[in-house]
Design a protein around this ligand. Structure first.
Ligand SMILES: Cc1cc2nc3c(=O)[nH]c(=O)nc-3n(C[C@H](O)[C@H](O)[C@H](O)COP(=O)(O)O)c2cc1C
Length: 197
C-alpha cells in the first residue's frame, strides 16, 4: 500500500488534537511521508490539551526523514498546487471554521487551499469534525462536502468494544482512519465486531 506520494495531515483548532498527533506518529511508523500544516488555533488547542511540546514533537517527527512542516500562510508550498501529487489529505481535528470555509470555496490559508486542491483533483480528503451538537449550518457544510466525495469521519468511540480508557478510543479511531485513507486494507481483527475474541 505504500506508494511514495505523501499524505497531508493538518491540525486545526478543535478539541482532540491528540488524534492528529497520534495519526502522524502512526504514519511515520508505517514509513509513510507526512506533510504537515497546523493552524494557529490548532497550536492554541495543542497547548491547552497538554500534549508534548510542539517544538520537541516537530523535532522528533523531523528526525524520521519522512516529515516536513509548512506554515499555514505558505502558498508557495507544493501542496497548494494540483500539479503536486499526494496520496490523501486528512484534517484532524477539523474545526467548524475550516469545514465551513472549505465547503464555501474559501482558500485563505494553506490548509483550506490544499483541501480545495484535493477536491478539484478528486483525491482522497478526510475531515474529522469535532463539535456537538451540530447546528444546521455545520450539517449543510458537511453535506455539501460529502456530496463532493469528501469523507466525513466523526471520531466516534467504539462502544461495542467496551473501551477502558481514552487511549483505547484514540487507538481505534487512528486504525479506522488508516483504512479510510487507504494506508491499511482492513482493521486489526480485535477491532472488528464479528471477529473480536
Ligand atoms: C481551547 C479551544 C478549543 C476549541 N474547540 C473547538 C472545537 O472542538 N470545535 C470547533 O469547531 N472549534 C473549536 N474552537 C474554536 C476554533 O479554534 C476557532 O473557531 C478558530 O477560528 C478555528 O480556526 P482554524 O479553523 O483556522 O483552526 C476551539 C478553540 C479553542 C481555543
Amino acid at each position: 500500500m505504500n506508494s511514495d506520494n505523501p499524505i497531508i495531515v493538518s491540525i486545526t483548532g478543535a478539541s482532540g488534537v491528540i488524534l492528529g498527533y497520534k495519526i502522524i506518529d502512526e504514519l511515520i511508523e508505517k514509513n509513510e511521508k507526512v506533510l504537515f500544516v497546523c493552524s494557529s488555533a490548532g497550536r492554541m488547542v495543542w497547548k491547552d490539551e497538554k500534549l508534548p511540546s510542539f517544538g520537541e514533537t516537530i523535532e522528533k517527527w523531523d528526525s524520521s526523514g519522512r516529515f516536513k512542516m509548512y506554515s499555514n500562510g505558505d502558498f508557495y508550498s507544493p501542496i497548494a498546487s494540483g500539479g503536486f501529487k499526494s496520496k490523501a489529505m486528512i484534517i484532524i481535528p477539523a474545526s467548524m471554521n475550516t469545514i465551513s470555509s472549505i465547503s464555501n470555496g474559501i482558500t485563505d490559508n494553506l490548509i483550506k487551499r490544499a483541501a480545495d486542491v484535493m477536491i478539484k483533483e478528486k483525491r482522497e480528503l478526510v475531515l474529522v469534525p469535532r463539535e456537538t451538537p451540530l447546528n444546521a449550518l455545520h450539517l449543510k457544510n458537511m453535506t455539501k462536502l460529502a456530496q463532493l466525495g469528501v469523507k466525513i469521519f466523526p471520531p466516534n468511540p467504539p462502544y461495542y468494544l467496551f473501551p477502558k480508557n481514552i487511549d483505547d478510543i484514540n487507538d481505534f479511531i487512528v486504525q479506522k482512519l488508516m483504512v479510510a485513507i487507504g494506508v491499511q486494507d482492513k482493521l486489526p481483527s480485535n477491532y472488528i465486531y464479528n471477529e473480536k475474541e
